[in-house]
Write a new protein. Sequence first.
Length: 346
Amino acid sequence: MYNMKLTQDHLDNALKEHKNIVEIYKEKYTTENRRDWRTYEQRLAVRIKRASKELEPIVENAYSMINVSKPSKGRPPKIPVTKRVTILLLKDIFQLSNRKMANFLTFFTVLTDIDISYKTVERTYSDELIKLTIHNMFQILVKNKGIKKADTTGDGTGYSLTITKHYRKEREKELKESDNESDNESDNEKKNNEKKRKSFVRAFALMDIDTGMYVGYGTSMKSEKEAFRNAISMTKKLGVTVNSTRLDKYYSHQSITEKFDPGTTTYIIPKKNAKIKGPHAWKQIIVNFIEHPFSYLREYYKRNNSESGFSVDKRMSGWKIWQRKTNRIDTALMCKGVWHNLMLIG
């Protein structure tokens, strides 16, 4: 229960002292932890080998979950659904364009009996059976890991639709602008966001801290918040209960408590203009932030797992999306979410 004696002055003072508290926290509780990239590459090679062995049975299982009542009209496809799903996943992890993937397969025609054009590869992204199979793969990987209750961390990222802009720099600008923004966008803000949406597609991943697996994955051409809502929706459909979650300042507003179940503990850093008035769940966040700053920060900074997860994803399968149609972009992004979990199946 929150302490009714806390006032707005307590919160204002805590926010003013936050930077100092963070510096003390880092000095006392954190140590330098540089990634050993040689060891990382070795572990990645092992994970890829393990994932390659599990890829085919998981694809077959995911497709078997679909009940196809009638065959589609027109000429039957040269390649079965399961093989086309595999082609898209391999194309993603090897960071190949449609033409390069088609040429790559041509060299192995004798072994694979696959001979397709780059247009066939591109059209595969729009196939509903392909999309359903990839979605089912994500579901299978989460359920096979036995994740029912999760302490989570969530974050969004952007994949470039051009080669001229880098998402991280644009994201840092958004975070600085959002620190003093209200929950509602003004007309000018909406116009500015429309321009940004043409350069990037957003993805949001909700990660189980214990396993590193994504338990929710959402995408959006419009905004990161829409991708966030889609990820939360997927988590609920998978039947995963979120015990706790950690989010960055982009989500530091009172309404965030409504996005999760009442029993979910939320760790965020309130904005500079935050008010203590609000629902019980919001007041509980404020109390924990004020009264237990170091234990609160220790939990909050587990959010770094999300940033590391996206870093690994982009290092593994690239930061650019080559597709142009919205439904195809969504399929391309889901391939990245599936690969993330495939690498953690052991």
